[in-house]
Design a protein around this ligand. Structure first.
Ligand code: HEM
Length: 396
């Protein structure tokens, strides 16, 4: 009788101590250690860290009326903006129970990204990021990264990029043709560039029209939205292990459906070879991946899961980034009409009324400056998460 009561009581006590250790003792001691090294930040709050504050600040910032200005940082990243002002260029905040050190001092960023002693590996992705990109290049490291990178390098070679120019021109022409009918009317450029970049990726990387990859793009877009709205969701201990929220279920469903779609496209390529309609799986990126999937050498062979992950990576990494960049360029040119005029003059000087070609593109100095400045102001990737693998002293 005594034993029956004692066992659950002591189990409960151990669980409670472990809980308080993980959710109170560890964060408070990490906070104390960082503070004593001069790294400040908003104080840790029990279980949620600073997530509730971040969500509130983002909601408030987005609800303010939009002005035609490009002072967007406080609107898009209100928490980072206000904490840099309050605590300095490098500060710590709490994503739930996890301390995140934000570094925006260039020399320190360089040191971390160089990762010369493998102290700063890639951060463990959230389950949402894994569903979006799987084990694609952006997520992997070490030998697996070397293998995938060797395989995909060919796509980034100058000659391969040059060969893509006609497909890019064809897609831009289709878009501009559509715009002709809209003279004097408003055009939602972000959506237009979404279609354009999806089409260019489909044609250049997957050798198909947008229609074939459309379903995949739509699902990847949904996955990105789900991932970004869960960036600052706190995992409640125990409950998160017992219950899957609707977003998680939906992201798993989408990931499975994307896998099925890619497998169908692969099967089509295989069937064409089997039926004698083609003598290879193709020279585009997908062909390269399907070849690797059939490689007889174990060392070089790619699993179907990895093939799907690389397809998703190229769809997402190539589309979302360029989509955002193009939209920002057009936005900035619309408020800096003098640069718009300079850009127009340069393009007419180099190409006249002809379509662009890769040699001429390399002569576009002002356009290149505009692209670089837009990337500096509104880079499509606004942060690169890295882990700290062991105790380290910064040389900076
Ligand atoms: C404005 C355009 C782009 C920007 C700003 C951009 C930015 C980045 C950044 C910052 C990374 C590093 C991620 C990390 O280390 O955590 C990266 C990696 C990558 N990007 Fe892009 N990207 C752009 C366009 C593209 C395009 C067009 C493609 C392909 C079609 C692409 C494919 C990739 C791939 C495959 C990786 C992983 C590379 C590796 O780890 O070896 N990106 N990109």
């Amino acid at each position: 009788m005594e034993l029956l009561i004692l066992v659950p009581c002591s189990l409960f006590l151990i669980a409670l101590i472990k809980f308080l250790y993980d959710y109170l003792w560890v964060p408070l001691s990490v906070q104390h250690m960082l503070n004593s090294q001069g790294i400040k930040g908003p104080p840790y709050r029990f279980i949620h860290g600073n997530n509730k504050e971040i969500i509130k600040m983002r909601k408030e910032a987005m609800s303010k009326p939009k002005a035609l200005t490009h002072d967007m940082f406080p609107r898009l990243q209100p928490h980072t903006h206000s904490w840099i002002k309050e605590y300095g260029k490098n500060f710590v905040y709490w994503n739930g129970v996890r301390a995140e050190l934000v570094i925006s001092e260039a020399e320190l960023v360089k040191e971390v990204m160089k990762n010369s002693e493998n102290v700063f590996p890639k951060a463990k992705p959230s389950v949402y990021a894994s569903n979006l990109l799987g084990n694609g290049l952006v997520m992997i490291e070490g030998e697996k990264w070397v293998k995938h990178r060797k395989l995909t390098n060919r796509v980034f070679h100058g000659e391969s990029l040059k060969n893509m120019t006609p497909a890019v021109i064809a897609s831009v022409e289709t878009m501009l043709e559509k715009w002709k009918g809209k003279e004097g009317k408003e055009i939602e450029v972000y959506q237009e560039f979404r279609l354009l970049t999806s089409e260019v990726i489909s044609r250049t990387i997957f050798g198909s029209s947008y229609l074939e990859g459309e379903k995949i793009f739509v699902m990847l877009n949904k996955l990105s939205i789900i991932m970004s709205r869960n960036l600052f969701n706190t995992k409640i201990p125990l409950i998160s292990k017992l219950w899957k929220p609707a977003d998680l279920l939906e992201s798993e469903r989408l990931a499975n459906e994307i896998q099925d779609c890619v497998m169908k496209i692969v099967k089509k390529r295989e069937d064409r070879v089997v039926n004698g309609e083609a003598d290879s799986f193709g020279n585009d990126f997908l062909g390269l991946l399907v070849n690797a999937y059939h490689d007889l050498d174990d060392k070089n062979r790619l699993s179907m899961e990895d093939l799907v992950a690389e397809c998703k990576t190229f769809y997402v990494a190539g589309q979302e980034t360029v989509n955002g960049l193009l939209a920002w360029i057009v936005f900035l040119l619309s408020i800096h009409k003098d640069w718009q005029e300079k850009a127009r003059r340069e393009v007419i000087e180099v190409f006249g009324n002809q379509n662009p070609d890769s040699d001429g593109i390399s002569k576009l100095k002002i356009i290149t400056m505009i692209i670089y400045e837009t990337l500096r102001l509104y880079g499509p990737t606004n942060g690169l998460p890295r882990r700290v693998a062991r105790e380290v002293q910064s040389s900076y």
